[in-house]
Ligand binder design. Structure first.
Ligand SMILES: [Zn+2]
Length: 297
């Protein structure tokens, strides 16, 4: 890694400079804060380098195929199945009827939210995603960061961040902005990869969630709760699975950077063979792939 391309950063949660190496991958090191336990990439690529990752190839070759849309299709039933459990949890907070998604990508979640009666806004930095959300789905999406969007204070009932927070350069600041935009009593929904996933010990450093170019932060229940509480959120509630989840959502053995390795093949065989039996235990032990939190302003 060329020195001018990387930067050293303090812990985003407690400001400490002390950390110990945790994993090294692709020339970048993932560290753990010795004071509060937050896991993050340090030193990390600078913003201009990180943002290069979000190019049209990333959107069309990685993001869209992973969302059943290799050719730009909108498979409404599939998205409805994924979005509805989240929308059900947010429904009690419906007053103004306004919902904001930060990092909305193509806007699939927002489109379903709109169908169920929410007035929706999105924020997204990936140009081709913004174009798709606006032109194909007819959504209201701001291109840029949440800080640049300049929404009014207390103007939303709900803010949603699905697989976004781990990509942010300053997650605490962005979530603080979300807090400012929520009306008192409004709710935030955050879904991130779970650093305590059983897939980490099983796949080791090959686990594709460990992607230090663009996944800059790795949360546990403890560190995500701490971040939400520091900002002022209350009634923080965690979820380990939603109604539509199946075994591959709980522990996905395909999330590996070396699918052909013996280790990856063994894990895949194990999950496909015994996954359904151990699934309830994995959920009970909070070792699922995703960590989801609902919190109230
Ligand atoms: Zn810390």
């Amino acid at each position: 890694m060329v020195n001018s391309m990387v930067e050293n950063i303090p812990c985003n949660l407690c400001g400490a400079q002390d950390s110990e190496p945790y994993f090294t991958k692709g020339g970048l090191t993932i560290v753990r804060c010795t004071r509060c336990g937050l896991v993050y990439v340090n030193p990390r690529l600078k913003k201009t380098e990180v943002w290069k990752r979000y190019n049209p190839d990333y959107f069309w070759q990685e993001y869209m195929p992973a969302h059943r849309a290799p050719n730009g299709e909108f498979v409404a039933d599939w998205h409805r199945q994924r979005a509805q459990p989240v929308l059900n949890l947010l429904q009690p907070y419906y007053q103004l009827g306004t919902l904001l998604e930060v990092g909305c990508a193509a806007g699939f979640f927002l489109k379903i939210a709109e169908e169920t009666g929410w007035k929706t806004h999105g924020v997204e930095i990936m140009s081709p995603a913004v174009a798709y959300a606006r032109d194909t789905l007819g959504l209201n999406v701001f291109e840029g960061t949440l800080e640049q969007a300049q929404f009014g204070d207390e103007s939303f009932d709900a803010v949603v961040m699905i697989e976004t927070v781990e990509h942010l350069l300053d997650p605490a600041e962005t979530v603080r902005q979300a807090y400012r935009l929520l009306r008192p009593g409004g709710a935030i929904w955050i879904a991130v990869p779970n650093l305590r996933s059983i897939m980490l010990p099983l796949l080791g450093v090959d686990w594709s969630v460990l992607s230090p170019v663009e996944h800059l932060y790795y949360f546990t229940e403890d560190t995500l709760r701490q971040m939400l509480k520091n900002i002022g959120f209350r009634s923080v509630q965690f979820f380990w699975r939603l109604d539509h989840h199946h075994v591959l959502k709980t522990m996905n053995p395909y999330n590996t950077h070396r699918p052909g390795s013996l280790r990856s093949r063994l894990v895949r065989w194990g999950v496909l063979t015994f996954g359904r039996v151990v699934d309830p235990l994995i959920i009970k032990m909070k070792r699922t792939d995703r960590l989801m939190a609902l919190a109230v302003k």
